[in-house]
Design a protein. Sequence first.
Length: 225
Amino acid sequence: MADEFKLDIFKRDNLSKSSLKQLRRDGNIPGIFYSYNSKESIPFYMGNKTLSEAKKSGARIFNIAVGSKKQTVIFKTVQYHPVTDEILHVDLYGVNMDKAVAIQVQLILEGNAKGVASEGGVLVQSLNEIEIECLPSDIPENLSVDISNLGLGDSFKVSDLQLDEKLVIKSDTEQVIASVTQAMKEEEAQPDLEEGETEGLADPVEQSSDEKPKDDDSSNDSDEG
């Protein structure tokens, strides 16, 4: 069962980009609170220290004060800086303790795969979290994945997870969480060909030039998630 943790947050009225930058310079993190039973959204900020203590607590359910009312919330989304991994913005979502919510939960790999330990394979983790649905009080801190029996060429899918009946998987069950693959070998150098020896080489005239690299559309970062 999830523990609860009190979050100290402060309403913010200035929503300009310069205000957001100043908040972060002062050691704060901007965010938005969304109510579960209305279209109400309230911009707020919290201190970096507050967020750090919340993460260390292991709690998944948090209590905040919205005006004179107390609200039970969960972290719905957390926006990170793409380079520094600094937290830029958070969304808090108010929950009804009697109604199930959908939430992303981190996957933790446990054990030493036999395909790595004795068969020379390499472990690849393809999925770091999955979406589940459950009552707020049943939200787990994380989900453990035992990979001890993974041999070379084996994979562990979302469908292989054995979860408490209180937890319903919402993610695609065919997604691979982890697999053991063969270690990549260095490509053998192509032998030098004698002059006039062209067997096995494509005629450069016949190579297609129709395909052109697509432009890489860069998305603009937004301050508000």
